[in-house]
Design a protein around this ligand. Structure first.
Ligand SMILES: CC(C)(COP(=O)(O)OP(=O)(O)OC[C@H]1O[C@@H](n2cnc3c(N)ncnc32)[C@H](O)[C@@H]1OP(=O)(O)O)[C@@H](O)C(=O)NCCC(=O)NCCS
Length: 173
C-alpha cells in the first residue's frame, strides 16, 4: 500500500473556518442569506476533505440542511468540519455551524450538514483516498453512522440516474 493510502486520524484533517456576517450577504430582514451559509458549509467541508485526501476534491452531494436560528449581520459564523468516514474515492464530511454574538459572547448552534466529497486525480477522475481512523467514541459513532447514510445516498443516486452516471434531466433541450 502506498503512503498516501495509509489511514489518517480524524484529528489530522479536522478544520475550522470563520467569517463575520456582512451586509452584502443579508436578506431584506437583515439576516444572513441561507445560501451564504450553504456556501460556507461547502467551503468548510472541502477544507477537511482536501486535508484528508491531500488532493483536489469536488462536492458530490449535500444532505438536507436545517436552519435553527437566524444569523444577524455582524455576528461571527464558525464552521467546524471533520471527515467522518472515507470509502473508496469519496468521503463523508460533517459540518457544524455555530454563531457567536461578538458583543455578548453567546454561542449558538445554528446548522449541521453532511456532505460527500470525491477526490480527483490529475486527469480529473475519482481517485482512492486514505481510510479514516476513528479514535474517540464520538468519532467511532460517526464512522458507523456514515456507513448507513452512504447506503441511503447511493439508493437515491441510483433512483435519480439508474446507470449511476450523471443524468441530463427531464428539461434538457
Ligand atoms: C462526483 C463525481 C466526480 C462522481 O463521478 P462518477 O464518474 O459518477 O464516479 P463514480 O461513479 O466512480 O463515483 C465516485 C464516487 O463518488 C460517489 N458518489 C457519486 N455520486 C454520489 C452522490 N450523489 N452521493 C454520494 N456519493 C456519490 C460514489 O459512491 C463513489 O464513491 P466511492 O468511490 O467512495 O465508492 C461526478 O459526478 C462529478 O464530477 N460531479 C460534479 C461535481 C461538481 O462539480 N461539484 C460542484 C457542484 S456543481
Amino acid at each position: 500500500m502506498s503512503d498516501i493510502l495509509q489511514g489518517r486520524p480524524v484529528r489530522a484533517s479536522a478544520s475550522e473556518y470563520s467569517e463575520i456576517a456582512l451586509p452584502n450577504d443579508a436578506n431584506p430582514l437583515g439576516h444572513l442569506l441561507g445560501g451564504r451559509v450553504m456556501h460556507l458549509v461547502d467551503l468548510a467541508g472541502a477544507l477537511a476533505a482536501t486535508r484528508h485526501a491531500r488532493r483536489p476534491v469536488v462536492t458530490a452531494s449535500v444532505d438536507h440542511m436545517t436552519f435553527l436560528h437566524p444569523v444577524y449581520i455582524g455576528q461571527l459564523i464558525v464552521l467546524k468540519s471533520s471527515v467522518n468516514r472515507a470509502f473508496r474515492t469519496s468521503m463523508e464530511v460533517g459540518v457544524k455551524v455555530m454563531v457567536e454574538d461578538l458583543t455578548t459572547g453567546e454561542v449558538r448552534h445554528t446548522s449541521s450538514a453532511y456532505l460527500t466529497f470525491v477526490a480527483l486525480d490529475e486527469q480529473g477522475r475519482p481517485t482512492p483516498v486514505p481510510p479514516v481512523i476513528p479514535e474517540t467514541d464520538e468519532e467511532k459513532r460517526r464512522y458507523e453512522e456514515a456507513g448507513r447514510r452512504r447506503e441511503y445516498r447511493l439508493q437515491l443516486r441510483s433512483r435519480a440516474s439508474p446507470t449511476g452516471r450523471p443524468s441530463r434531466g427531464p428539461d434538457w433541450p
